[in-house]
Design a binder for this molecule. Structure first.
Ligand code: CNA
Length: 285
């Protein structure tokens, strides 16, 4: 599958590579759990919705009203245990995941001065782990980088939080004994202001390439960004399935690469002459 037109996969890949070979190009990424789900074909961090492996398919043992309840702020206030059970497989303090080839490919566009911003729905902090400046990253759904008390809103001392997490306790606030919650955006909570500010300023007519990857484009307002892309900009979806606006409002110029995202960026890097740089970034970790 190359695109929704009769353009070949090869021509689609060339088109993307030609944009990236131009040092003046401006590039935005919009990414989700799929970019962290596998690394070189091996499972890494499960996404939500992939049949069989996705987190939502494996939450039955937690006996939740719905799988989404694990990220529901009202449910969490009453019963934080299911969320903290899930943290055993996800929290960077407990499990150390390396960035994938896809993460390093995004970093490479920054090394080539083309990256405007990465809008990520992921909470795993792997964009930061590539060494990218935090200014280049929007963690639209927050991240595990900081923790706050759900009662007094006080930011927790990292050591205090980690000590309780490692002891398999529900982490509590030092000041008021309220439950501590990582700074990830739960259902029913506002997205960070920076998400709105930067999506307003970044999605301009002079952006050359917007790459959407590893996302089912099911969660709003993030998913709505796909329709905010200018008609002057090339939209690309690198995902195992067709998703969101690429399915409901496809544009003639859209490129759809419905394959493994690590594999696709490897091929694009090869076409750009960036393969050695990419290998070096991946190997250094
Ligand atoms: P999702 O709804 O689970 O969709 C993931 C998408 O990625 C699916 O369409 C898959 O087909 C696709 N996919 C899976 N593996 C690959 C691969 N190797 N190559 C290409 N495509 C692949 O996840 P979304 O990000 O769209 O949903 C938003 C939620 C998921 C956000 O709120 C995240 O916080 C949340 N989440 C994040 C993580 C993480 O930080 N790593 C993990 C699980 C869930």
């Amino acid at each position: 599958m190359g695109s929704n037109q009769s353009v070949s996969r090869e021509d689609s890949m060339e088109k993307i590579a030609n944009i990236l070979k131009d040092p003046k190009s401006k590039v935005l990424f919009f990414v989700g759990a799929g970019i962290s789900a596998t690394s070189d074909g091996e499972p890494l961090i499960p996404d939500f919705r992939s049949p069989g492996t996705g987190l939502f398919y494996n939450l039955a043992k937690l006996d939740l009203p719905t799988p989404e309840s694990v990220f529901d702020i009202d449910f969490f206030s009453e019963n934080p245990q299911p969320f903290y059970s899930l943290c055993k497989d996800l929290h960077p303090t407990l499990v150390k995941f390396p960035p994938t080839r896809f993460h390093y490919f995004m970093k490479l566009t920054n090394d080539h001065n083309q990256l405007i911003r990465i809008f990520s729905q992921n909470i795993d902090t792997l964009e930061r782990a590539t060494g990218l400046d935090s200014d280049k990253i929007i963690e639209a759904h927050g991240s595990f980088a900081e923790e706050f008390c759900i009662e007094c809103d006080e930011k927790a001392q990292k050591e205090h939080f980690e000590k309780q997490l490692l002891a398999d306790e529900i982490p509590k606030c030092e000041h008021c004994e309220g439950i501590l919650k990582p700074g990830i955006v739960f259902y029913g909570e506002q997205l960070p202001d920076r998400f709105h500010e930067c999506s307003d300023t970044d999605l301009t007519d002079d952006v050359d390439l917007c790459i959407f990857a590893g996302t089912s484009l099911n969660v709003y307002p993030f998913a709505g960004l796909a329709s905010d892309v200018s008609d002057n900009t090339l939209r690309v979806l690198i995902n195992r399935e067709r998703a969101g606006d690429f399915m409901y409002n496809p544009r003639k110029s859209d490129i759809l690469l419905l394959e493994d995202c690590d594999k696709i960026v490897d091929e694009i890097a090869e076409l750009c002459g960036w393969k050695d740089e990419l290998d070096k970034l991946v190997d250094q970790h």
